[in-house]
Design a protein around this ligand. Structure first.
Ligand code: NAD
Ligand code: DAU
Length: 359
Protein backbone atom coordinates (compact mmCIF):
# COMPACT_ATOMS: atom_id res chain seq x y z
CA UNK A 1 0.00 0.00 0.00
CA UNK A 2 1.02 3.61 -0.58
CA UNK A 3 -0.21 6.65 1.36
CA UNK A 4 -1.19 9.69 -0.69
CA UNK A 5 -1.90 13.06 0.96
CA UNK A 6 -4.22 15.52 -0.80
CA UNK A 7 -5.65 12.79 -3.02
CA UNK A 8 -9.02 14.53 -3.35
CA UNK A 9 -7.50 17.63 -4.98
CA UNK A 10 -6.79 18.28 -8.65
CA UNK A 11 -3.49 16.43 -9.18
CA UNK A 12 -3.98 14.04 -6.25
CA UNK A 13 -7.31 12.70 -7.54
CA UNK A 14 -5.88 12.27 -11.04
CA UNK A 15 -2.95 10.41 -9.46
CA UNK A 16 -5.21 8.13 -7.36
CA UNK A 17 -7.44 7.33 -10.37
CA UNK A 18 -4.38 6.56 -12.55
CA UNK A 19 -2.78 4.49 -9.80
CA UNK A 20 -5.81 2.28 -9.29
CA UNK A 21 -6.20 1.90 -13.06
CA UNK A 22 -2.61 0.71 -13.41
CA UNK A 23 -1.82 -1.23 -10.26
CA UNK A 24 -3.34 -3.69 -7.82
CA UNK A 25 -1.56 -1.98 -4.93
CA UNK A 26 -4.00 -0.15 -2.62
CA UNK A 27 -3.94 3.60 -1.90
CA UNK A 28 -4.60 5.17 1.48
CA UNK A 29 -5.87 8.64 0.61
CA UNK A 30 -5.48 11.15 3.47
CA UNK A 31 -7.11 14.51 2.79
CA UNK A 32 -8.69 17.05 5.11
CA UNK A 33 -11.15 18.11 2.37
CA UNK A 34 -10.50 21.83 2.26
CA UNK A 35 -12.48 23.79 -0.36
CA UNK A 36 -10.08 22.25 -2.95
CA UNK A 37 -10.80 18.64 -1.97
CA UNK A 38 -13.66 17.07 -3.89
CA UNK A 39 -14.55 13.45 -3.12
CA UNK A 40 -16.79 13.36 -6.15
CA UNK A 41 -13.62 13.29 -8.29
CA UNK A 42 -13.18 9.77 -6.91
CA UNK A 43 -16.76 8.53 -7.19
CA UNK A 44 -15.62 5.91 -9.76
CA UNK A 45 -13.73 4.22 -6.90
CA UNK A 46 -16.73 3.82 -4.61
CA UNK A 47 -16.74 0.23 -3.33
CA UNK A 48 -13.22 -0.43 -4.68
CA UNK A 49 -11.18 -1.89 -1.84
CA UNK A 50 -7.95 -0.58 -3.37
CA UNK A 51 -8.94 2.96 -2.33
CA UNK A 52 -9.20 3.75 1.37
CA UNK A 53 -10.17 7.35 2.11
CA UNK A 54 -9.54 8.97 5.50
CA UNK A 55 -10.49 12.57 6.22
CA UNK A 56 -7.54 13.88 8.21
CA UNK A 57 -5.36 16.98 8.51
CA UNK A 58 -1.64 16.44 7.85
CA UNK A 59 -0.96 18.91 10.68
CA UNK A 60 -2.20 16.27 13.16
CA UNK A 61 1.01 14.32 13.65
CA UNK A 62 -0.47 11.78 16.09
CA UNK A 63 -3.35 10.97 13.76
CA UNK A 64 -0.97 10.51 10.81
CA UNK A 65 1.37 8.36 12.93
CA UNK A 66 -1.58 6.14 13.90
CA UNK A 67 -2.55 5.76 10.22
CA UNK A 68 1.01 4.84 9.27
CA UNK A 69 1.16 2.20 12.02
CA UNK A 70 -2.24 0.82 11.07
CA UNK A 71 -1.85 0.62 7.28
CA UNK A 72 1.96 0.22 7.02
CA UNK A 73 2.46 1.88 3.62
CA UNK A 74 5.71 1.35 1.72
CA UNK A 75 5.71 4.98 0.52
CA UNK A 76 4.16 8.40 1.05
CA UNK A 77 3.34 10.65 -1.91
CA UNK A 78 2.72 14.11 -0.49
CA UNK A 79 0.41 16.33 -2.56
CA UNK A 80 -1.58 18.02 0.22
CA UNK A 81 -1.11 21.78 0.17
CA UNK A 82 -2.78 25.12 -0.20
CA UNK A 83 -2.03 25.66 -3.88
CA UNK A 84 -3.54 28.90 -5.19
CA UNK A 85 -1.21 31.91 -5.45
CA UNK A 86 -4.00 34.53 -5.38
CA UNK A 87 -5.42 33.06 -2.16
CA UNK A 88 -1.93 33.14 -0.62
CA UNK A 89 -1.74 36.86 -1.38
CA UNK A 90 -5.15 37.52 0.17
CA UNK A 91 -4.42 35.37 3.26
CA UNK A 92 -1.12 33.54 3.75
CA UNK A 93 -1.85 31.87 7.12
CA UNK A 94 -3.38 28.63 5.81
CA UNK A 95 -0.37 28.29 3.49
CA UNK A 96 2.06 28.52 6.39
CA UNK A 97 -0.03 26.06 8.43
CA UNK A 98 -0.49 23.36 5.82
CA UNK A 99 2.50 23.75 3.52
CA UNK A 100 5.14 24.32 6.21
CA UNK A 101 3.77 23.04 9.54
CA UNK A 102 1.78 20.29 7.85
CA UNK A 103 4.77 19.03 5.90
CA UNK A 104 6.85 19.19 9.08
CA UNK A 105 4.27 17.12 11.02
CA UNK A 106 4.06 14.62 8.17
CA UNK A 107 7.86 14.32 8.08
CA UNK A 108 7.98 13.76 11.82
CA UNK A 109 5.30 11.07 11.67
CA UNK A 110 7.08 9.46 8.69
CA UNK A 111 10.46 9.54 10.43
CA UNK A 112 9.03 7.83 13.53
CA UNK A 113 7.36 5.13 11.44
CA UNK A 114 10.29 4.62 9.04
CA UNK A 115 12.89 4.37 11.83
CA UNK A 116 11.00 1.38 13.31
CA UNK A 117 10.72 -0.52 10.02
CA UNK A 118 12.77 -3.70 9.66
CA UNK A 119 15.94 -3.56 7.46
CA UNK A 120 14.78 -4.13 3.88
CA UNK A 121 11.45 -2.35 4.37
CA UNK A 122 13.31 0.62 5.81
CA UNK A 123 15.66 0.72 2.82
CA UNK A 124 12.77 0.46 0.35
CA UNK A 125 10.59 3.14 2.01
CA UNK A 126 10.14 6.40 0.08
CA UNK A 127 8.80 9.87 0.99
CA UNK A 128 7.98 11.66 -2.26
CA UNK A 129 7.36 15.38 -1.85
CA UNK A 130 5.44 17.05 -4.69
CA UNK A 131 6.56 20.63 -5.18
CA UNK A 132 6.52 23.42 -7.70
CA UNK A 133 8.76 25.33 -10.12
CA UNK A 134 7.61 28.55 -8.41
CA UNK A 135 10.28 28.04 -5.72
CA UNK A 136 12.88 29.15 -8.30
CA UNK A 137 11.31 32.60 -8.73
CA UNK A 138 10.85 34.47 -11.98
CA UNK A 139 12.75 34.36 -15.29
CA UNK A 140 13.16 37.10 -17.88
CA UNK A 141 12.76 36.36 -21.59
CA UNK A 142 15.99 34.74 -22.77
CA UNK A 143 17.04 33.39 -19.33
CA UNK A 144 17.89 29.67 -19.20
CA UNK A 145 15.12 27.41 -17.87
CA UNK A 146 15.07 26.23 -14.22
CA UNK A 147 17.28 23.23 -13.48
CA UNK A 148 17.54 21.28 -10.22
CA UNK A 149 20.50 23.49 -9.22
CA UNK A 150 18.83 26.86 -9.83
CA UNK A 151 18.94 28.94 -6.64
CA UNK A 152 15.64 29.28 -4.75
CA UNK A 153 14.01 32.73 -5.00
CA UNK A 154 10.31 32.35 -4.10
CA UNK A 155 8.23 35.49 -4.58
CA UNK A 156 4.73 34.79 -3.26
CA UNK A 157 3.61 33.52 0.15
CA UNK A 158 2.57 30.30 -1.66
CA UNK A 159 5.96 29.71 -3.27
CA UNK A 160 7.80 30.73 -0.08
CA UNK A 161 5.80 28.15 1.88
CA UNK A 162 6.55 25.47 -0.72
CA UNK A 163 10.24 26.43 -0.69
CA UNK A 164 10.30 26.04 3.10
CA UNK A 165 8.71 22.60 2.80
CA UNK A 166 11.30 21.57 0.17
CA UNK A 167 14.10 22.60 2.55
CA UNK A 168 12.56 20.61 5.40
CA UNK A 169 12.34 17.52 3.19
CA UNK A 170 15.95 17.99 2.11
CA UNK A 171 17.05 18.31 5.74
CA UNK A 172 15.26 15.09 6.75
CA UNK A 173 17.24 13.20 4.15
CA UNK A 174 20.53 14.88 5.02
CA UNK A 175 20.16 14.66 8.80
CA UNK A 176 18.16 11.50 9.44
CA UNK A 177 18.65 9.57 6.21
CA UNK A 178 14.89 9.49 5.46
CA UNK A 179 14.71 8.27 1.82
CA UNK A 180 13.09 11.37 0.30
CA UNK A 181 12.43 12.35 -3.30
CA UNK A 182 11.40 15.87 -4.32
CA UNK A 183 9.75 16.81 -7.61
CA UNK A 184 9.37 20.41 -8.80
CA UNK A 185 6.76 20.66 -11.51
CA UNK A 186 5.46 23.38 -13.81
CA UNK A 187 1.79 24.41 -14.31
CA UNK A 188 -0.58 21.46 -14.66
CA UNK A 189 -3.90 21.42 -16.50
CA UNK A 190 -6.53 18.76 -17.22
CA UNK A 191 -9.65 17.14 -15.70
CA UNK A 192 -10.83 18.09 -12.18
CA UNK A 193 -8.85 21.37 -12.20
CA UNK A 194 -10.57 23.74 -9.75
CA UNK A 195 -12.07 26.66 -11.70
CA UNK A 196 -10.16 29.36 -9.82
CA UNK A 197 -7.00 28.58 -11.86
CA UNK A 198 -6.46 30.16 -15.28
CA UNK A 199 -7.39 27.35 -17.72
CA UNK A 200 -10.55 26.00 -16.03
CA UNK A 201 -11.61 29.55 -15.08
CA UNK A 202 -11.45 30.65 -18.72
CA UNK A 203 -13.37 27.61 -19.97
CA UNK A 204 -16.12 27.90 -17.36
CA UNK A 205 -16.42 31.72 -17.51
CA UNK A 206 -16.51 31.66 -21.31
CA UNK A 207 -19.41 29.22 -21.38
CA UNK A 208 -21.25 31.15 -18.67
CA UNK A 209 -20.97 34.37 -20.72
CA UNK A 210 -18.78 35.99 -18.06
CA UNK A 211 -15.66 38.11 -18.59
CA UNK A 212 -12.29 36.38 -19.10
CA UNK A 213 -9.88 38.21 -16.75
CA UNK A 214 -6.30 38.68 -17.97
CA UNK A 215 -3.93 39.99 -15.30
CA UNK A 216 -1.76 42.91 -16.48
CA UNK A 217 -0.65 42.65 -20.11
CA UNK A 218 -1.16 38.86 -20.34
CA UNK A 219 2.42 38.37 -21.51
CA UNK A 220 3.44 36.33 -18.44
CA UNK A 221 4.73 32.92 -19.49
CA UNK A 222 3.86 29.57 -17.89
CA UNK A 223 5.19 26.13 -18.89
CA UNK A 224 2.17 23.81 -19.21
CA UNK A 225 2.07 20.08 -18.46
CA UNK A 226 -0.94 17.78 -18.87
CA UNK A 227 -1.83 16.35 -15.45
CA UNK A 228 -1.70 12.74 -16.68
CA UNK A 229 1.93 13.27 -17.71
CA UNK A 230 2.69 14.69 -14.25
CA UNK A 231 1.13 11.62 -12.62
CA UNK A 232 3.21 9.32 -14.83
CA UNK A 233 6.35 11.28 -13.89
CA UNK A 234 5.60 10.88 -10.18
CA UNK A 235 5.09 7.13 -10.57
CA UNK A 236 8.39 7.00 -12.43
CA UNK A 237 10.26 8.95 -9.73
CA UNK A 238 8.71 6.80 -7.00
CA UNK A 239 9.81 3.69 -8.84
CA UNK A 240 13.27 4.68 -10.06
CA UNK A 241 14.32 7.94 -8.36
CA UNK A 242 17.45 8.09 -6.19
CA UNK A 243 16.76 8.96 -2.51
CA UNK A 244 17.85 12.50 -1.70
CA UNK A 245 17.47 13.63 -5.32
CA UNK A 246 15.35 16.38 -6.84
CA UNK A 247 13.66 16.01 -10.24
CA UNK A 248 12.21 18.88 -12.28
CA UNK A 249 9.11 17.96 -14.27
CA UNK A 250 7.79 20.00 -17.20
CA UNK A 251 6.24 19.69 -20.61
CA UNK A 252 8.49 21.98 -22.70
CA UNK A 253 5.36 24.03 -23.38
CA UNK A 254 6.02 27.69 -22.64
CA UNK A 255 3.06 29.89 -23.50
CA UNK A 256 2.07 33.48 -22.74
CA UNK A 257 -1.22 33.68 -20.81
CA UNK A 258 -2.95 35.71 -23.52
CA UNK A 259 -2.01 33.08 -26.13
CA UNK A 260 -3.44 30.33 -23.90
CA UNK A 261 -6.69 32.28 -23.56
CA UNK A 262 -6.86 32.86 -27.33
CA UNK A 263 -6.33 29.13 -27.95
CA UNK A 264 -9.13 28.28 -25.50
CA UNK A 265 -11.53 30.83 -27.05
CA UNK A 266 -10.84 29.57 -30.58
CA UNK A 267 -11.29 25.96 -29.48
CA UNK A 268 -14.60 26.78 -27.81
CA UNK A 269 -15.70 28.75 -30.90
CA UNK A 270 -15.21 25.50 -32.83
CA UNK A 271 -16.50 22.98 -30.29
CA UNK A 272 -19.31 24.95 -28.62
CA UNK A 273 -20.00 28.09 -30.71
CA UNK A 274 -21.86 31.11 -29.31
CA UNK A 275 -25.04 32.31 -30.99
CA UNK A 276 -23.07 35.28 -32.33
CA UNK A 277 -19.48 36.53 -32.09
CA UNK A 278 -16.42 34.89 -30.58
CA UNK A 279 -15.51 34.00 -27.00
CA UNK A 280 -12.54 36.33 -27.52
CA UNK A 281 -15.06 39.21 -27.16
CA UNK A 282 -15.31 38.35 -23.43
CA UNK A 283 -11.58 38.97 -22.75
CA UNK A 284 -11.04 41.74 -20.17
CA UNK A 285 -7.67 43.09 -19.00
CA UNK A 286 -7.69 43.54 -15.20
CA UNK A 287 -5.28 44.77 -12.50
CA UNK A 288 -2.15 42.65 -12.32
CA UNK A 289 -1.44 40.13 -9.52
CA UNK A 290 0.89 41.77 -6.93
CA UNK A 291 4.45 40.51 -7.37
CA UNK A 292 3.38 38.55 -10.45
CA UNK A 293 6.20 36.27 -11.67
CA UNK A 294 6.92 37.03 -15.32
CA UNK A 295 8.08 33.68 -16.65
CA UNK A 296 8.52 30.06 -15.53
CA UNK A 297 10.28 27.45 -17.66
CA UNK A 298 11.39 23.97 -16.64
CA UNK A 299 14.40 22.12 -17.99
CA UNK A 300 13.20 18.52 -17.64
CA UNK A 301 16.31 16.89 -19.08
CA UNK A 302 17.42 15.24 -15.81
CA UNK A 303 14.28 13.13 -15.35
CA UNK A 304 14.27 12.32 -19.08
CA UNK A 305 17.94 11.32 -19.12
CA UNK A 306 18.18 9.49 -15.78
CA UNK A 307 14.71 7.97 -15.40
CA UNK A 308 13.47 7.80 -18.99
CA UNK A 309 10.22 9.78 -18.41
CA UNK A 310 8.86 11.93 -21.23
CA UNK A 311 5.49 13.71 -21.56
CA UNK A 312 3.04 12.06 -23.94
CA UNK A 313 0.75 15.04 -24.57
CA UNK A 314 1.66 18.13 -26.54
CA UNK A 315 -0.09 21.33 -25.48
CA UNK A 316 -2.37 20.99 -28.52
CA UNK A 317 -3.52 17.44 -27.69
CA UNK A 318 -3.71 18.04 -23.93
CA UNK A 319 -5.72 21.24 -24.18
CA UNK A 320 -8.19 19.65 -26.62
CA UNK A 321 -8.73 16.72 -24.21
CA UNK A 322 -9.18 19.21 -21.37
CA UNK A 323 -11.78 21.36 -23.15
CA UNK A 324 -13.64 18.19 -24.20
CA UNK A 325 -13.61 16.99 -20.58
CA UNK A 326 -15.10 20.26 -19.30
CA UNK A 327 -17.78 20.24 -22.01
CA UNK A 328 -18.68 16.65 -21.12
CA UNK A 329 -18.68 17.27 -17.34
CA UNK A 330 -20.89 20.30 -16.93
CA UNK A 331 -22.48 18.59 -13.92
CA UNK A 332 -19.05 18.56 -12.18
CA UNK A 333 -18.58 22.28 -12.93
CA UNK A 334 -22.08 23.16 -11.67
CA UNK A 335 -21.49 21.11 -8.52
CA UNK A 336 -18.25 22.95 -7.76
CA UNK A 337 -19.57 26.40 -8.63
CA UNK A 338 -22.69 26.00 -6.50
CA UNK A 339 -20.68 24.59 -3.57
CA UNK A 340 -22.90 21.48 -3.59
CA UNK A 341 -19.81 19.23 -3.54
CA UNK A 342 -19.05 20.54 -0.03
CA UNK A 343 -22.59 19.90 1.17
CA UNK A 344 -22.40 16.40 -0.32
CA UNK A 345 -19.27 15.71 1.75
CA UNK A 346 -20.88 16.93 4.94
CA UNK A 347 -24.00 14.80 4.49
CA UNK A 348 -22.82 11.66 2.66
CA UNK A 349 -19.24 11.22 3.79
CA UNK A 350 -19.69 12.18 7.43
CA UNK A 351 -22.85 10.11 7.70
CA UNK A 352 -21.14 7.05 6.17
CA UNK A 353 -18.21 7.40 8.56
CA UNK A 354 -20.53 7.76 11.60
CA UNK A 355 -22.38 4.60 10.51
CA UNK A 356 -19.09 2.72 10.13
CA UNK A 357 -17.88 3.78 13.56
CA UNK A 358 -21.09 2.78 15.32
CA UNK A 359 -21.16 -0.62 13.48
P1 NAD B 1 -5.30 21.36 -4.91
O1 NAD B 1 -5.42 22.65 -4.21
O2 NAD B 1 -6.20 21.07 -6.06
O3 NAD B 1 -5.49 20.15 -3.87
C1 NAD B 1 -4.89 20.14 -2.62
C2 NAD B 1 -5.50 19.00 -1.80
O4 NAD B 1 -4.87 18.99 -0.51
C3 NAD B 1 -7.01 19.16 -1.56
O5 NAD B 1 -7.67 17.94 -1.75
C4 NAD B 1 -7.09 19.59 -0.09
O6 NAD B 1 -8.29 19.18 0.55
C5 NAD B 1 -5.88 18.90 0.50
N1 NAD B 1 -5.37 19.55 1.70
C6 NAD B 1 -5.14 20.88 1.88
N2 NAD B 1 -4.68 21.10 3.14
C7 NAD B 1 -4.62 19.89 3.76
C8 NAD B 1 -4.23 19.48 5.06
N3 NAD B 1 -3.82 20.35 5.98
N4 NAD B 1 -4.29 18.16 5.35
C9 NAD B 1 -4.73 17.26 4.44
N5 NAD B 1 -5.13 17.60 3.20
C10 NAD B 1 -5.07 18.91 2.86
O7 NAD B 1 -3.77 21.25 -5.34
P2 NAD B 1 -3.14 20.63 -6.66
O8 NAD B 1 -3.16 21.65 -7.73
O9 NAD B 1 -3.70 19.30 -6.88
O10 NAD B 1 -1.61 20.50 -6.19
C11 NAD B 1 -1.14 19.34 -5.50
C12 NAD B 1 0.31 19.53 -5.14
O11 NAD B 1 1.08 19.74 -6.30
C13 NAD B 1 0.57 20.74 -4.24
O12 NAD B 1 1.55 20.39 -3.30
C14 NAD B 1 1.09 21.81 -5.19
O13 NAD B 1 1.94 22.71 -4.53
C15 NAD B 1 1.82 20.96 -6.20
N6 NAD B 1 1.91 21.51 -7.56
C16 NAD B 1 0.77 21.92 -8.22
C17 NAD B 1 0.86 22.38 -9.54
C18 NAD B 1 -0.37 22.82 -10.30
O14 NAD B 1 -0.22 23.34 -11.42
N7 NAD B 1 -1.57 22.65 -9.80
C19 NAD B 1 2.10 22.42 -10.17
C20 NAD B 1 3.24 22.00 -9.45
C21 NAD B 1 3.13 21.54 -8.17
O1 DAU C 1 3.99 26.76 -11.68
C1 DAU C 1 3.34 25.84 -10.89
C2 DAU C 1 2.18 26.48 -10.17
O2 DAU C 1 1.15 26.69 -11.13
C3 DAU C 1 1.65 25.65 -9.00
O3 DAU C 1 2.65 25.52 -8.03
C4 DAU C 1 0.40 26.31 -8.39
O4 DAU C 1 -0.13 25.47 -7.38
C5 DAU C 1 -0.62 26.48 -9.49
O5 DAU C 1 -1.77 27.14 -8.98
C6 DAU C 1 -0.03 27.29 -10.65
O6 DAU C 1 0.24 28.65 -10.22
P1 DAU C 1 -0.06 29.91 -11.17
O7 DAU C 1 -0.18 31.12 -10.35
O8 DAU C 1 0.89 29.94 -12.32
O9 DAU C 1 -1.48 29.44 -11.76
P2 DAU C 1 -2.83 30.27 -12.05
O10 DAU C 1 -3.71 29.35 -12.83
O11 DAU C 1 -3.38 30.91 -10.84
O12 DAU C 1 -2.32 31.41 -13.03
C7 DAU C 1 -1.68 31.10 -14.26
C8 DAU C 1 -1.31 32.42 -14.92
O13 DAU C 1 -2.50 33.08 -15.35
C9 DAU C 1 -0.60 33.38 -13.99
O14 DAU C 1 0.39 34.09 -14.72
C10 DAU C 1 -1.69 34.32 -13.53
C11 DAU C 1 -2.61 34.37 -14.73
N1 DAU C 1 -4.05 34.57 -14.45
C12 DAU C 1 -4.63 33.75 -13.52
C13 DAU C 1 -5.97 33.89 -13.23
C14 DAU C 1 -6.62 32.99 -12.17
C15 DAU C 1 -4.79 35.53 -15.13
O15 DAU C 1 -4.24 36.26 -15.99
N2 DAU C 1 -6.11 35.64 -14.84
C16 DAU C 1 -6.74 34.89 -13.90
O16 DAU C 1 -7.96 35.06 -13.66
Amino acid sequence: MILVTGGAGFIGSNFVLDWVAQSDEAVLNVDKLSYAGNLRNLSALQGDERHVFVREDICDQDAIAALLNKYKPRAIVHFAAESHVDRSIRGPRDFINTNINGTFSLLEAARGYWSELPGQEQRDFRFLHVSTDEVYGSLSAGDASFTETTAYAPNSPYSASKAASDHLVRSYHHTYGLPTLTTNCSNNYGPYHFPEKLIPLIITNARAGKSLPIYGDGQQVRDWLYVGDHCAAIRCVLDKGMPGEVYNIGGWNEKANLDVVHILCDMLDRMDPKKSGSYRDQITFVTDRPGHDRRYAIDASKIERELGWRPVETFETGIERTVQWYLAHQDWVADVQSGDYLKWIETNYNQRMAEKESA
